[in-house]
Design a protein around this ligand. Structure first.
Ligand SMILES: [Fe+2]
Length: 295
């Protein structure tokens, strides 16, 4: 192997150590990286994302890359990279959590779960770190599923939950912080998405591992059950999954990169106080998977 692996402190995710991106990545290394990714779901590469070219070379090991539909956030000259920065960006929503203004915070979610084609994964590269905040968290929802009591696994088998695109975090139905206040919802406009039903238990098409698909930001209710009956089940699952036991929080240094499997994880952007500068570049790995159904 041209790299070593190390479990991250919380036992969730793996750090890849010693990978050399100054050389092209050969086929056997590419295969080994994919095996490790499939096994762990979250991979950390410290300090080796020194350029867009290196980020793209690593990202391409894991599949075909997607061009983001919103042109204004693409990195100039590289359509497959999106440039995320919230400095002085009035398009983005601003909230107060426990009285403190925070820009760019997005609570636990799986990308594109409000569609029937969530992307396979994504890779973030830290370009400019803020002085305060800016962490990212990941939850391994396969580990969360494994740890459920057997009777809960049986009870949720075959059940579906409904998801919708939610841009206003104060409208979340599950896992919403009690202290959230809207300061400004921003000027970004979002298209309409029809509601989607997904099985509560996802089976990973490549590994066969089961995970929970409960993405709290977009979780609406249980399909075919009234809310009095369905909400307590969803509350219990969200609480079980987000309590901290299955998560890894990354405190970024410049040039760190993290790759995640969007089919078995959720992530959380902590955001920063609005005056802080934070720049990340992200690539998105396409998904061929069709899951759930439109309602
Ligand atoms: Fe996301």
């Amino acid at each position: 192997m041209n790299f070593e692996t190390k479990r991250l402190d919380d036992g969730i995710g793996i750090e890849v150590v010693g990978l050399d991106l100054s050389q092209p990545i050969d086929e056997s290394t590419r295969r080994e990286l994919n095996d490790v990714w499939l096994d762990a779901g979250i991979l950390l590469f410290r300090g080796i994302g020194t350029s867009t070219e290196r980020q793209l070379a690593l990202s391409r090991c894991f599949g075909e890359l997607e061009v983001h539909p919103v042109e204004s956030i693409r990195l100039e000259g590289n359509d497959e990279v999106i440039h995320l920065s919230h400095k002085d960006d009035s398009r983005q929503a601003l909230y107060r959590f426990d009285g403190e203004a925070i820009a760019g915070r997005i609570l636990w979610h799986t990308d594109l779960i409000y569609t029937t084609t969530p992307n396979r994964g994504a890779l973030l590269r830290m370009v400019e770190t803020p002085e305060v905040g800016g962490e990212t968290g990941w939850i391994d929802t396969a580990a969360a599923y494994d740890a459920l009591p057997e009777e809960t696994k049986q009870r949720i088998d075959g059940l579906e939950a409904r998801f919708d695109f939610v841009s206003n975090l104060s409208k979340m139905r599950f896992g919403k912080p009690s202290s959230i206040e809207v300061v400004d919802l921003g000027t970004l406009e979002f298209p309409e998405f029809p509601d989607v039903a997904h099985p509560l238990v996802w089976v990973h098409p490549e590994s066969g591992r089961k995970s929970l698909s409960i993405s709290p930001v977009q979780l609406i209710d249980m399909v075919g059950m009234d809310r009095a009956e369905g909400d307590p089940i969803l509350e219990e699952l969200v609480d079980h999954t987000t309590r901290g036991r299955f998560s890894y929080i990354h405190h970024w240094e410049v040039d760190d990169m993290v790759l995640w499997d969007n089919w078995r994880t959720m992530h959380y952007a902590f955001g920063t106080p609005p005056e802080q500068v934070r720049v990340v570049h992200r690539t998105t790995i396409k998904g061929e998977r069709q899951t759930g159904r439109l309602l």
